[in-house]
Design a protein around this ligand. Structure first.
Ligand SMILES: [Zn+2]
Length: 198
């Protein structure tokens, strides 16, 4: 299956007012759901950012792996997916090949692909329509007031709202401080432009 986590989804009823776009808990929610998948079938986990349970692999290498290999028993996590898609160019053969392979690999029973992106609209429509579950996490304080700051020091609960298929109530509540122990949220993912000099 393909799971997408977003900072904003225009037109989604769960999208409300001043909600943090960065730091709304999308990478955290992605990591928690990927961890559940990893635990359930003792899969191999790879990601383009550091977590406590996965191998960290550069985004370009994950891309190659998806395109070139017959992936089995794996959980794949890609944060800032739009950066990688952009690096493949606009409507290039390479972009379509990558998306096609993501879809093909994810249709296997033992492969789950997780990604996040700031904006829903930054993800190519071909990938969006194939995303089985789209989530819009929202960050709240313990007194249930919404948080709109990226770097807020208070304690938070992440309410994981599901945009597609639509669920009215959050499907999961996450304690940010506890779930955050699964990964390093201060890491910055940089993706090289195709053909760019490093
Ligand atoms: Zn806050």
């Amino acid at each position: 299956m393909i799971y997408g986590f977003f900072g904003s989804i225009p037109g989604c009823p769960h999208q409300r007012g001043k909600q943090a776009l960065r730091g709304n808990g999308k990478t955290l929610s992605m990591t928690v759901l990927a961890y559940q998948s990893y635990l359930s079938e003792s899969k191999d986990a790879i990601s383009n950012y550091q977590t406590e349970f996965s191998r960290t692999v550069p985004t370009e290498e994950i891309g190659e792996l998806i395109i070139a290999e017959d992936i089995r028993d794996s959980v794949i996590m890609i944060t800032e997916m739009q950066l990688y898609l952009n690096s493949l160019g606009v409507n290039t053969k390479r972009l379509h090949k990558f998306i096609g392979e993501v879809v093909a690999q994810s249709r296997k029973r033992d492969v789950d692909i997780f990604y996040d992106s700031q904006r829903y609209t930054d993800i190519h429509p071909r990938l969006r329509v194939q995303t089985d579950r789209a989530f819009l996490p929202r960050k709240f304080h313990l007194d249930d007031t919404p948080c709109s700051l990226d770097r807020c020091k208070k304690e938070h609960i992440i309410k994981l709202y599901q945009h597609d298929p639509f669920e009215r109530n959050p499907i999961m509540l996450l304690r940010a401080d506890i779930a955050g122990q699964l990964y390093d949220s201060n890491e910055i993912v940089i993706c090289k432009k195709e053909g760019a000099k490093s």
